[in-house]
Design a protein around this ligand. Sequence first.
Ligand code: FES
Ligand code: FES
Length: 149
Amino acid sequence: MVNGVSHPVVCKPFDTLLTVLREDLGYFGTKFGCGIGYCGACTVLIDGKSAHSCCLIATTMSDRKISTIESCDDDPVIQKIQDQFLKEGAIQCGYCIPGIVMTVRGLIEESGQRVITEEILRGHLDGNICRCSGYASIVRASLKACVDE
Ligand code: FES
Ligand code: FES
């Protein structure tokens, strides 16, 4: 189930979730960076928790609810995060941003009523790399989105 839609997919036994999302289903907002769980460009939500889709075998995902950055149209929380990124100018080439937005979305989901501090946020973003190195504005925008929740 991707973004609320069930997608029957025939894939190879060791195709990753990232491969299926991009190549079979056309969700190109989810990016390929390192392919080894290091950069976070491929981050999606699985049952509300952020995960690196390049490290997951697609055939293990048959009963899971997956959200990609394309779910933003139906998710006001993602829209709020995106608004803060725009306000803070936290986007350079943009390649890492969908993964970062989904990581922040997952943090907000997991935190419930718990206050998200900068320390918690930075810890959570540890698995997301921005090669344009715009970390200061990314953290600022993400924190504003978390506090605003
Ligand atoms: S492409 Fe998945 S973590 Fe880098
Ligand atoms: S904005 Fe370019 S990689 Fe992060």
